[in-house]
Design a protein around this ligand. Structure first.
Ligand code: NAP
Length: 294
């Protein structure tokens, strides 16, 4: 029971958060939830309002996307988004730690108001690497469904060679794609070369992108511009994995008749159970470290 006695609130989200709540409970934590459905027979306390959820807790776990600009947390269990207020947060225990994928400025403001600490999970390499597995599977699923040809034998370009790009390139290559990696750092290109991929520096992309039949973009910057799109063949599919608004000029793509799909949140969509276990693994470790400090 590594988390014995630690008081945790799990607020909103989707099936991933259900796994997180259950697993933390299994590890001995005193878990309460709000905005989730765990089933009537669950031993976990399912609260009816935010104040009861937050009263006396040491840790609050928000869904990976956190809250919107209005301070609302989404829930995929048929409820309206849940507005998080400073008053409700005030009822949490002293030294509250808030775990979230990405924190918006409003969450930082709320946390500052009650002296809470925020841990952004998306920043943690371990979770980003683990998340790249369902992300690559989800991206492939989109490519399978949207192309009339196989990935095998096709020229596939992966833009960016960080945690997601590396997994994406490895996965498509394993399927027999002719894989090209595009990046701006020589070290990343050297690693991609070592792994057996064709490499193109981002500044030279115009000269080679015309070969692409599928492009997976992981660069969170406007890299697939109108100028680049003009070089891309109209039967090429773009799956943009970068966080919103993505790296593609979607308007220009539409105008040019190129199919481009922004595909956010794939781990939660294609493998919520696995993604939930991955979040739990990391959060559980962080909570144990927190307990050791105390
Ligand atoms: P990462 O490890 O930081 O990799 C990002 C890659 O993009 C690196 O190669 C980086 O190169 C490059 N890059 C960043 N900014 C650039 C710029 N302005 N110009 C050129 N290259 C640039 O990030 P990651 O974990 O792979 O995540 C990549 C994106 O995917 C993020 O937006 C993340 O939120 C998103 N994501 C989406 C999903 C989904 O379900 N769709 C799942 C996971 C992650 P440098 O090292 O040179 O900066």
């Amino acid at each position: 029971m590594p988390l014995k006695g630690i008081r945790i609130a799990v607020l909103g989200g989707d099936a991933r958060q259900v796994i997180v709540a259950r697993e933390l409970h299994n590890q001995g934590a005193l878990v309460k939830t709000f905005g989730l459905f765990l089933g009537k027979s669950s031993p976990i306390k399912q609260c009816e309002d935010l104040e009861s959820l937050l009263r006396g807790v040491q840790a609050l776990i928000l869904p990976m996307p956190g809250m919107n600009e209005n301070g609302e947390v989404y829930t995929s269990f048929g409820r309206k988004p849940i507005k998080v207020t400073k008053e409700a947060l005030d009822s949490a225990g002293k030294g509250l730690v808030i775990y979230v994928g990405v924190a918006k400025p409003i969450l930082f403001d709320l946390a500052r108001g009650i002296n809470a600490r925020i841990v952004e999970l998306a920043e943690i390499d371990e979770l980003a690497i683990l998340n790249s597995i369902p992300t690559a599977e989800g991206a492939l699923q989109i490519a399978f469904e949207k192309t009339p040809f196989t990935v095998h034998g096709s020229a596939v370009f992966v833009l960016g060679f960080g945690r997601t790009g590396m997994t994406m390139a490895r996965v498509v290559n394993a399927l027999g794609a002719k894989t090209t990696v595009v990046a701006r750092k020589e070290a990343q290109l050297a690693r991609a070369f070592e792994m057996g991929f064709t490499t193109v520096h981002l500044v030279d992309i115009l000269n080679s992108i015309g070969r692409a039949k599928i492009i997976f973009n992981t660069i969170p910057a406007p890299v697939i511009t109108e100028g680049i799109l003009e070089k891309i063949s109209t039967d090429c599919l773009i799956v943009d994995l970068a966080s919103a608004p993505g790296g593609t000029d979607f308007k220009a793509a539409k105008k040019l008749g190129i199919e481009a799909v922004l595909a956010p949140g794939l781990p939660g969509k294609v493998a919520p159970r696995t993604a939930g276990f991955m979040v739990t693994k990391v959060v559980s470790r962080l909570l144990r470290e927190e307990m050791t400090k105390l």
